[in-house]
Structure formats: C-alpha cells, structure tokens
Write a protein that binds this ligand. Structure first.
Ligand SMILES: [Zn+2]
Ligand SMILES: [Zn+2]
Length: 495
C-alpha cells in the first residue's frame, strides 16, 4: 500500500453550494483489491466537520460524499444530479445494487468503500427512491428493524426486483385491437429483407409490446429531436408500423415499412449496406437504439417487460466453495444446441441445459483448483413477460447446424425461479422465426398466433394458415417444411 499525505489550503465549493475555505488533506490509497480508489478528506476550519470524497478511477466519474460527523446529514452529490434524459445500454449498469460479487467479497465489504453510484440510481430518483439503494451503507438502528436479517444491498435488490415486476405488470398484454382480419403480409422492399419482415411480424404479434408502444412511448413524449439533425426515433417508427398494421391498411403498412427502412439506414444499421442479415442481430440493434433514444422512464419499462434478471452460483466440486453472481441482465437467451441432449431434447430441455451446466477449466477462487468441473446454476430473479430464445445454429464460419429441436408450446420455468421470485414463470409460444438454407443464401419466414388462436405463416407478402400437421411438425419434430426454428417468442402466462 502506498500512502501519500499533504496539507494545503484551497478554496472549494462545498456541497451546500457556498464557497468556503477548507483545509484539504489528501490521501491516495492504492489497494490491489479495489483497483485503486482515491480518497480526499476535507476539513472545515470553522466547524471542525470533516468530509471524505471518493473518486473512482475507471468505471465512474461521479463522486460520493461521506461525512464523518454523523450529526448533520449532508446532501449527497448524486441526489443533486439532475435526472438523465437517456440511458445508454449497459446490461450490468442498469442495476448497481444487483452487482456481481462473490459471497466472500460481500462478507468482507468495507462499509466506507462505497460503490460508485451509477445510472440506475438516477433512474431510481425518478421513482422517488432518493439515496435508498446506496449499497454497502451501514445500517442504522431503525434500518435494522426494516431490513431484518438482510443486508441493505440485499434488500435493495429485492426492492429493485419488485419495482421491475410492478412496472411490467402495469402494461397489460391484450389482443384487443389486434383483429385477425388485419393480419397481412409485408412486401420485401429490397429483396433481402426477409430477415426483417420475419422479425417484425413476430414483434407485431406481441400484445404487450404493442401496448407499451401505444400507451407509453407516445409521440409527444419522444425526445429524439429530428429537427436538430438527429436520426429519427426507431421506437416511434415501430409504433407507426404497429398502428398501421393493426388498422389493416395495406398502403399505410407499406409506407411505414419504407419509413423504417429509411430510419434504420439513418441510424447506421449495418452502415447502410444491403445484404442478408441475422434477425437476432437486428433485434439487439433495435433494443440498443431504444436504450439510446428513449427517455429512461420509457426504457426501464421495456427492460422490465423483456429482460431477465439472472442470479447464478457456481459450486466447486473440489472444495464445495460457492461463488455467486447476482443481477445479470439478459435479453435474448442464446441457447447452444450442443452438446446434444440424448434422446432428442426439446427446446425446454436445451433451456434447462443452458440454465444449469458444467463449467470446465475454471479456477476456483477458494482452492485454486482448475482441473475439476464446476456446476453452474442460474436462477430467474426476475421473469420478463416477453421471452426471446435464440437457437445458436450458426458457427463463427457461418456454417449452419440444422439439428431439429422440437418447440414447446408451453415452457415452464417455475422451477428455475429464485425463492424471492413469486411471479408465474410459465410461458406460452406466441411467434417463431424459421430459417431455411445457408447463412448467406437462406430465407427467413415467421409463424405467429392471432387473436383467434389460429397460427399463420408469414413469408414476406404471402400469408397462409398453419395446418395442425405443420404445427405438430414444429412442436414434435422441430422442423416445418424445409425450415428449422431459429428465434422463439414466448409470452408469460399471468395468473
Ligand atoms: Zn420516439
Ligand atoms: Zn474450490
């Protein structure tokens, strides 16, 4: 440890916005564990009160003030920070309280070594949480009554998860306003847009996504300013398509598709180049655009509706040490279809394989053993309402694995929930994107369920009814015609 100390007098701006003369004592501490945190201690010559200011070199430019004298509570700097208008997509940064940690780190946590506040705390302010979820804060006597045996960090995790459930529940998935008579094909504008049409058809058939676009992201609440030269808002264009599609007007659907194509180009999708693309890449790109362009209050609802929060624990078979990670945010579950499940596993079995698997060649934090396998298990701390599952069929060289995987119409993930997660995690299939051929020379179509319960197949302009036999081929044999399922969309069954 290196410790530098010097005393100097500076004119500083204190937290109450009055310039005052402070005596500054600088301490620079470097510890290998923390990656080097810098602490500056301030002392007021008049009152004798001292403040400690931490800055965090890598992940955050923001500063936490912590007063040593507890008689008077200073206003913390992040409470004063104005609410951000936008959030960049940072899968982990959305929830600093759901941070990655091992049990040992949590037990040894130094109460003064506060986590850098990150963006979600600013979002939390919008929910009126103020500084409640600063992790690592020592508990007061009153807090102990409230939190019981749980640490404050654990409590705020529970709190964050409840908030996710609440805001997702507020958007009701209803097929009202989605009449079967409006379902229609979509023209392939450039000849290579089947991947996008297949994806859009699947998204258009998600009642909750439609409800979110129509009721939450209304044009008057959009902050993407086209007049100032910003590219058009991706969510707004999707909203226009949703509106046109379910009105049943072919002409306005065509216009909305032309607009979407233009907007995606403006927003630099594949740098304006043509060519066949992957619908999952397109979906990820769209979600990234939502996170960049939407007001934070709109994006967090979308996130709660469509993103998992997963806790995982890895058990060392050699010493029994359990290393855990909480709060991983995951959108599409990208499922490996290798190793094959003996006897021909269905999608549900591959999802289970994904959530519980052996980790090889990983060094144990505790006994340093890297030879034995470790069992990893992932649990659903938050179950989104719309689940997207991708079957990983393409390898790095673009070669396709056409192995048929039967698709479950009902997917039950209730056994995979954490003990705190009480929301029903049974899912119902609502749409599938299927693929035929090779990565570059292939074709995508989709199948989706309408308000009347009838499944339709959408092959660009062409729409046909899916017969019972075709549906059975998909759910029992894992292929339909020459097509293999690639992306599956599920809707949570509410009870
Ligand atoms: Zn918008
Ligand atoms: Zn071990």
């Amino acid at each position: 440890m290196v410790l530098l100390s010097r005393t100097t007098t500076i004119l500083a701006q204190n937290t109450l916005s009055t310039p005052k003369l402070f005596t500054m004592k600088t301490m620079i501490e470097r510890s290998s564990a923390s990656g080097g945190k810098m602490g500056v201690q301030y002392k007021s010559p008049s009152s004798g009160r001292s403040f400690k200011k931490f800055s965090f070199p890598s992940s955050s430019k923001r500063i936490v003030f912590k007063q040593h004298n507890q008689q008077h509570q200073p206003q913390s700097s992040f409470q004063k920070t104005p609410l951000p208008l936008r959030l960049k997509l940072q899968p982990r940064a959305m929830s600093p309280t759901l941070r990655s940690t091992t049990k040992r780190v949590r037990e040894d946590a130094n109460p003064i070594a506060e986590e850098p506040p990150t963006k979600v705390q600013k979002v939390s302010e919008a929910q009126g949480l103020k500084g409640d979820n600063v992790p690592g804060t020592p508990l007061s006597g009153k807090d102990k009554k409230v939190y019981g045996k749980r640490t404050k960090a654990e409590f705020t995790t529970v709190f964050d998860l409840r908030r996710r459930r609440r805001i997702a529940n507020a958007v009701r998935p209803t097929r009202k306003g989605m009449p079967a008579s409006a379902q229609q094909g979509m023209r392939n504008l450039t000849g290579v847009l089947c991947y996008r049409n297949a994806l859009l058809q699947s998204l258009l058939h998600q009642p909750q996504l439609r409800a979110w676009l129509m009721t939450q992201h209304q044009p008057q609440h959009c902050i993407q300013d086209e007049e100032k030269g910003a590219p058009a808002c991706v969510a707004c264009k999707l909203r226009t398509l949703v509106q046109a599609y379910w009105s049943g007007n072919k002409l306005s659907v065509h216009q909305a598709l032309v607009d979407i194509n233009q907007t995606f180009k403006e927003n630099k999708w594949q740098n304006g180049m043509g060519g066949q693309q992957d619908p999952e890449d397109q979906l990820t790109w769209m979600v990234n655009k939502f996170s960049e362009q939407l007001p934070a209050s709109h994006y967090i609802i979308f996130e709660a509706m469509t993103r998992f929060v997963l806790d995982s624990s890895t058990t060392c078979k050699s010493c029994g040490y359990v290393s855990s990670t909480v709060g991983d945010i995951e959108g599409t579950l990208a499922i490996d279809i290798k190793p094959r499940i003996p006897g021909g596993g269905d999608l549900g079995a591959y999802v289970q394989q994904y959530l519980t698997y052996k980790v090889c060649g990983y060094k144990c934090d505790h006994c340093k053993d890297a030879t034995t396998d470790k069992q990893r298990s992932r649990k659903l701390a938050h179950s989104p309402d719309i689940v997207t599952i991708q079957l990983k069929r393409f390898n790095w060289a673009g070669q396709k694995d056409s192995h048929p995987v039967p698709i479950n119409t009902l997917l039950n993930l209730n056994a995979n929930r954490t003990s705190n997660n009480k929301s029903n995690s049974g899912y119902e299939l609502s749409a599938v994107v299927l693929h035929q051929g090779s990565l570059n020379g292939g074709h995508y179509i989709s199948m989706a369920k309408g308000a009347d319960g009838q499944w339709l197949e959408f092959d660009d302009n062409h729409v046909s009814r899916v017969s019972g036999g075709e549906m059975a081929a998909l759910t029992d044999k894992g292929k339909a015609g020459g097509f293999t399922p690639y992306l599956c969309f599920y809707q949570r069954v509410r009870k």
